[in-house]
Design a protein around this ligand. Structure first.
Ligand SMILES: [Zn+2]
Ligand SMILES: [Zn+2]
Length: 309
């Protein structure tokens, strides 16, 4: 790691966004690069289906890898977001099997693409014992990792806490990770979504100290810092469990908490990914420009980071 003028390691913020793949997944890479992003998130399949049977064709892999190699984005800073319908916490055996298969297929596609990680929402328990629910999530992760060797990691994303979703608290995320066999432990981790933290009731917007305490609680329960952040403001109020992302500074979190987060040691060196609303009309196959809203949000984040340097 390069050293700053004072000899301390330079803090590197790896900023990016969930990019549109209109025109193929390689176009997500090109849009991110056109927006000077250092990180990128994408879907490899339609996120409202399990995708448990969708293998990835070699030519798609080749186009993606070629596109990525033509940019300065490191593969380690590319995150694939798994399908939303995957629910590995459920006690319904049929749903669990499809979800576990969907997660394994996602890891297979993402490993073929050579990306750093897959992130996924653990799902909802729908009644019963919460410890059994976290154990089911861990079992699905373990099966996927055993089936698909490689270095692509599987990362649990904290949830907005609606209904009986698992992964709302530091304890729940920590319990999932603790259930992973030790030989696979280095291939799993977790990431935090600021909107989900806020609507799940965590106090990330009151003060820098309060926010730090939330991150500390996750770090201590999980035994490691987050492996990514999703930077989203929130339409819903704190504790509302409403998962509606807003542009930074345009929601109930506001601008300042993002400034605090960028200054936290845990924000450096991991993908910081916007999942804020796009100007959809700009998204077509023939347009390889980054989304204009993403460009604005990245400018805002970079100016915050600069003012701290
Ligand atoms: Zn997210
Ligand atoms: Zn969300």
């Amino acid at each position: 790691m390069p050293n700053g003028a004072d000899g301390a390691p330079a803090r590197r913020l790896i900023l990016g966004a969930h990019a549109s793949d209109a025109g193929g997944i390689h176009t997500a890479v090109l849009r991110a690069a056109a927006g000077s992003m250092d990180a990128l998130q994408l879907f490899t399949a339609i996120p409202t289906y399990y995708g448990d049977k969708s293998s990835i064709r070699a030519e798609r892999v080749e186009r993606f890898r070629t596109a990525l190699a033509s940019t300065s984005i490191e593969p380690a800073n590319v995150v694939v977001h798994a399908a939303y319908v995957i629910n590995t916490a459920t006690a319904d055996e049929q749903k669990w099997s499809r979800s576990a298969a969907g997660l394994a297929k996602e890891l297979e596609r993402s490993t073929a693409l050579g990306v750093g990680a897959v992130c996924f929402h653990p799902g909802a328990a729908l009644g019963g014992d919460p410890d059994a629910a976290t154990a089911r999530v861990a079992r699905a992760m373990t099966l996927a990792l055993e089936k698909v060797p490689g270095s692509t990691r599987l990362l649990v994303e904290n949830t907005a806490g609606a209904g009986l979703t698992v992964g709302r608290t530091p304890h729940e995320v920590g319990a999932i990770l603790a259930d992973i066999p030790s030989q696979l432990r280095s291939r799993v981790g977790y990431g935090l979504d600021t909107c989900h933290l806020f609507v799940a009731g965590h106090d990330i917007a009151a003060s820098a100290e309060a926010q730090r305490a939330v991150l500390d609680a996750f770090e201590s329960a999980c035994g490691e810092p987050p492996s990514f952040f999703h930077l989203n403001d929130s339409e819903g109020a704190q504790g509302s469990n409403r998962d509606r992302h807003a542009l930074l500074g345009k929601g109930k979190i506001g601008t300042e908490p993002f400034r605090w987060l960028l200054a936290d040691r845990r924000a450096a060196g991991v993908p910081l990914i916007l999942e804020t609303p796009h100007r959809e009309e700009a998204e077509s196959e023939d347009n390889l420009a980054p989304d204009p809203n993403d460009v604005e949000m990245l400018q805002l984040l970079r100016s915050m980071a600069l003012s701290q340097a």
